[in-house]
Ligand binder design. Sequence first.
Ligand code: SF4
Length: 76
Amino acid sequence: MADVCPSADKCPIFSGVLKGKEITSKNYRLQYCENGIVGRNNCKRWQCKNKFGKVPEQLLPNSKKTLEEIAAENNW
Ligand code: SF4
């Protein structure tokens, strides 16, 4: 069984928020959510959750923003 991200049950990316983009969602799941610790450590949503305890709803796993930029944008 795949090593799935512990945040998967509450994560909009994992649960398929990208309506009409099933292929993108599937690729995200394969690359990040179901790819063990290496996969989730590369996920910006996972990094954000670990650092701040919260994640902007719209943040994508492959966002190029730094955690500091994300925090500043959200007034954290
Ligand atoms: S790896 Fe990232 S996108 Fe996937 S479930 Fe975890 S936090 Fe969400």
